[in-house]
Design a protein around this ligand. Structure first.
Ligand SMILES: Nc1ncnc2c1ncn2[C@@H]1O[C@H](COP(=O)(O)OP(=O)(O)OP(=O)(O)O)[C@@H](O)[C@H]1O
Length: 257
């Protein structure tokens, strides 16, 4: 069932820069859709429109049948810059627990849910620490735990693993795949990393160069569970990665010479 529908979205910033043009996209409930495209093509602008943080000039975003006009209640966002998204004066546990006030949970319940979410990202022992006492990868796990604790129907991730080292990035990709299992969450993940888009995605949506619109929408038909080494060796993975790479670089694809 379609959960999220982006209809003929167009956006221009006040300085006249046209960031999105006639972008349409449907996402089913529970899908993980990777969004890639050349630098500056409007990926973050799209995510901000879906999050209700930016009002598009044209078109609309419809979530569960209702047009988005402000930030929806059942949504969480993870940005790349974890150092600015966590409150340095709060403990890790309190950072995760804070948004749960919007869920109407009492103090004790907020604490329990926060600790459970921290356990799911392997950080239960860091609950009492402050974000600045943790490594970058650990801070990003806290940001992910905060999003998960909120149990959003829709999770938006904007280059969430862009600021960590390669090994941590792989660990976080696997963490994302593990925690989404059975959660029913719908996820939009913006990434610059073509391998990552294929590895984690159920679909890869490639945006055109600015102004962004949907250039290709490719299903990822790879067996589950995905595994960092074995999955990336599969001929189907290698083919799809090459096709996405060509599309992002604006080259003809092998299938459509
Ligand atoms: N507040 C703003 N005012 C004017 N132009 C903006 C604003 N925010 C973004 N832009 C411009 O709109 C275009 C799209 O930006 P956006 O951040 O959505 O692209 P992106 O695909 O996420 O880029 P990147 O891949 O480099 O992160 C860029 O040219 C950017 O400079």
């Amino acid at each position: 069932m379609v959960m999220l529908e982006v209809r003929e979205l167009g956006h221009a910033y006040p300085d006249g820069h046209v960031a999105l043009h006639d972008l349409s996209l449907k996402v089913a409930g529970g899908e993980l859709v990777s969004i890639v495209g050349p630098s500056g093509c409007g990926k973050s602008t799209l995510l901000r429109c879906v999050a209700g943080l930016l009002r598009p000039v044209r078109g609309q975003v419809v979530l569960d049948g209702a047009p988005i006009v402000g930030v929806p209640d059942n949504l969480a966002v993870v940005f790349q810059d974890y150092s600015r998204s966590l409150y340095p004066w709060l403990s890790v546990r309190d950072n995760v627990a804070l948004p749960l006030r919007r869920r109407g949970m009492g103090r004790a319940e907020r604490r329990t849910v926060a600790v459970e979410a921290l356990e799911s990202v392997g950080l239960a022992s860091a609950a009492g620490k402050h974000p600045w006492q943790l490594s970058g990868g650990m801070q990003q796990r806290v940001a992910i735990a905060r999003a998960l604790a909120y149990r959003p129907a829709l999770l938006l991730m904007d280059e969430p693993f862009g600021s960590v080292d390669a090994q941590t990035r792989e660990d976080l990709e696997d963490l994302l795949l593990r925690v989404r299992g059975g959660s029913g969450m719908t996820i939009l993940l913006v990434t610059h990393d073509i391998d990552e888009s294929v590895y984690v995605g159920d679909r890869v949506v490639v945006l055109s160069a600015a102004p962004g619109s949907v250039k290709a929408d490719l299903p990822v038909e790879l067996p589950a569970p995905r595994e960092q080494i074995a999955t990336r060796e599969l001929p189907a993975f290698v083919r799809l990665r090459a096709e996405v790479g060509r599309l992002v670089r604006g080259q003809q694809t092998a299938q459509h010479p």
